[in-house]
Design a protein. Sequence first.
Lengths: 347, 316
Amino acid sequence: MSTPQQKILAALCVAVVAFLNMGSQRQSSRTRPTPAPIDYSKFSHNTKKHQAACDTCHKIPTPRWQQTSTYPDITDYPGHDACVSCHRPQFFKGAKPVICSVCHVKTSPRDEARLPFRNPGVKLEFSIEFPHDRHQDVIALLNFRGNESLSAFAHARRSWEDKLPTYNNCEICHSQRGVPSPPAAGWADGFQPKPETFKSVPTGHDSCFNCHWKSQQPVATNCAGCHKLAPSTFTPVTVPTRISLKFMHEGGGAKQNHVADCASCHINITKSASVRGLKPDVPITSCTECHAKAGVREDLNQELAAIDKNKAFVCTYCHTSNVGSLDPPASHYLIAQRPPLKRKDIK
Amino acid sequence: MRPKVHKTWIESVPPRSVRYALACRVVTNANGHLKSEGPFVTSRQAKAYRTPRGGTDCTKLSRLFLLVIAIIFLSQLGHSVAQTQTSPTGVLRLRVKVKIGEATKGLARKRFYLLKGTLDQNKVVIDAAEQSPYVSRDCFYSKLGASQQLIDWLKAGDCESVYCREVEEEFVNGPKAVPEFVTAYAAGEKEFGQSNIGRKWLTNNLPPPLRDGFYRDRRNALDALLKQAEMASGAHPLSTMTDRNGTAYFTDLEPDTYVLTSLLPIEVGASLDMWKCELQIKPGDIATEKPYQVSNKKDRLVRCVAVEKPIPVCQK
């Protein structure tokens, strides 16, 4: 290796290797930044000294909960004593101590008004642990005893409510909700979902405390039984991600055929021990029981056939164009008994 | 004009090194003298020129380059293997139907388990499950001293615990009132100062054994069996629950032999049914194929039949 060109090539190779490994080295050799001055206007549960038992600061239920809630709950910020034991210097710093703004609308001793609890302007610090599998086990475990009406279950309460007991089911937490605000980029194709489209998710303690107020763990005072400190703060998702935006939970024509047992379509929900990584998991077979019946309804087949003829065809029966213009997944072809195709391969 | 390549070099260089040469000088014949031209050439250029790219220095350089490429490749291999390694998995679609008298219906809301391995490999677990004593729900709550009204209330909804159904007003007041509910309701009303919460949150004031004792007993027995199964097979048992039609799915299954079982017996009519069947999952088994039929009665399409026993009589 004596010529200049060879040396340059060797140097180039070394540089490439060094560059590729730089990422990992950077992680390991990162030096700790100089601590920034503490911003006392921002409270964080991540601060080590804020990680004592929850009831050290939060009183459960909050005194005078009746003024703002229909059930016993944590409805307000902790009292001054929760903060002042450590933050006395910040409490009496200047005419308008910045620490007051964590809870109070104004930093004035004459104005006690507090921000809403919890403050929607602050990102979430806790994620929720909820084992769907355990809850699925205890609610509505039906033993079949030859009574036909008993074999029906979730959502079916409407049809039997006159004659049968009201069973607890997924609806005790997930009921019909209003249409959420559109995503930042607006609804795809300007398609406005109907109120029957989405199901709600619990946003308060009411659906938990009715069983877990006391004695059944995790009880109300055991906040950590459900709330786990997230690795970083986050903004909750308010608009559900939908592949088939045109599907309505309360739809299915005049007979409301979509109103069925939740677990019939959400096939993995009964084994989910956590909400972490939870996906809707609705297989195409849930749809094609009705929407791919030869001679009756052939919604899927018709759209796949249309792609055969025109590779730019957009599937619109279930999807908006952001999804409908993609290649249909292999499962769609499989259920329609067609060989899977990619649009680019269609002439 | 394309330079003329020196023939001797072409003939003397083995084809292998031609393939490996990625960046060498082009050697041309100019007026009878060997002359190297230009800086480095790309592999495409080298191929176009059909240059021999031989010679000691060039081969060394090629090898050095290959070595570096190999190091880069190996250093990235760990990541890429983890990211791209996917093995084909299968899906098992269960269709559980039971026959009671003349009626055949889907077995709703029942949990089934999939243990890895053969029946023989899971013999210890299955034997333990079969030998575990069964106490019926009615018997369980009766032994705890539950009122007949509570036993009837659970039975009317076929509930294992009080969480199964809402406690309606008529069960805390009036002739149908369940004594345990009345007491809990009164305690709740006193605690919360609101009758509505007292009823809706009634289970908070019920003694735990009466609240969900039967479910907990079964849960504990199941947990012990599942732990045993995990030790036996080295794999975490999978579970799923049937929907109202008796359909359930196991997804993302590694191709292997499994045992499908209910582990604990299930009350079906006047019988106790337990399922334990060996099955194979092949790569690419999909849910769109015919479902795996499970029943308490033999039939042409049924692939897993329950072992039935009568429900034991309650020993008071």
